[in-house]
Design a protein around this ligand. Structure first.
Ligand SMILES: Nc1ncnc2c1ncn2[C@@H]1O[C@H](COP(=O)(O)OS(=O)(=O)O)[C@@H](OP(=O)(O)O)[C@H]1O
Ligand SMILES: Nc1ncnc2c1ncn2[C@@H]1O[C@H](COP(=O)(O)OP(=O)(O)O)[C@@H](O)[C@H]1O
Length: 189
């Protein structure tokens, strides 16, 4: 029996299967900004997708989890379940979340079909200077701890599909790089 797959045709490119794109990196590295840029591109190609931002999902489930290693891993399991469920229904997913530990990313790669991992690589000093959400200020003023890159580890991704150096490249270049991987490597069959 033939297996049915959804086929999207957009701008001369066939997308046959849903994918999950993980954007992993420090706070302030550029995950959300790049995710929103990719979202705009996917929308313009009428590709069905959902953007799962770690911070937003944490709020939506009522701040059930904090920032210990164990709790971060639990959140990653929730994100994986959401991605798997959406993918199964033909909807691609962008996950924008720190995802600091290799075991989280290994788990995504093992369990998600068409998984693409983008390491949003930006030096800690630049992230601190950007301090988009005031997280680093809160750390230095003693209000929070377990900040990844400072008193919690960011394990460098061992097998990313692409590395985006946001302190060296313009936003549009970063988005182009991701779109190339989505189209050429993963989904064009
Ligand atoms: N230690 C600590 N205390 C308080 N708040 C923190 C802490 N670490 C992270 N944050 C904030 O939470 C956002 C990261 O959530 P994530 O789900 O992406 O992180 S993780 O993947 O579970 O590690 C993160 O959002 P981004 O800055 O967009 O990455 C921060 O705003
Ligand atoms: N090449 C780039 N890609 C993404 N963001 C960039 C880039 N260059 C500068 N920025 C800036 O860096 C900041 C990244 O913030 P944000 O996307 O919220 O990070 P994160 O979601 O990783 O915490 C934004 O203010 C954005 O305008």
């Amino acid at each position: 029996m033939a297996i049915m797959t959804r086929t999207f045709y957009s701008g001369g490119i066939f997308l046959q299967e849903a994918f999950t794109l993980l954007l992993t990196g420090l706070s302030g590295a550029g995950k959300t900004t790049i995710a929103e840029g990719i979202a705009r591109r996917l929308r313009s190609h009428q590709i069905q997708f959902e953007l799962l931002d770690g911070d937003v999902i944490r709020h939506e489930i009522g701040q059930m989890f904090g920032y210990s290693r164990e709790e971060r891993i639990k959140v990653s399991h929730i994100l994986k379940l959401l991605a798997k469920t959406l993918n199964r229904n033909g909807i691609s997913v962008i996950i924008a979340a720190l995802t600091p530990y290799q075991e989280m990313r290994d788990n995504y790669r093992r369990e998600l079909n068409n998984y693409i991992e983008a390491f949003i690589d930006c030096p800690l000093e630049v992230c601190i200077a950007r301090d988009v959400k005031g997280l680093y200020k809160n750390y230095y003023e003693g209000r929070v701890n377990n900040v990844v890159g400072i008193d919690d580890v960011f394990e460098i991704p061992q097998t990313p599909d692409l590395v985006l150096r946001t302190s060296e490249r313009l936003l549009d270049d970063c988005i182009d790089q991701v779109m190339d991987v989505i189209y050429q490597n993963k989904l064009r069959k």
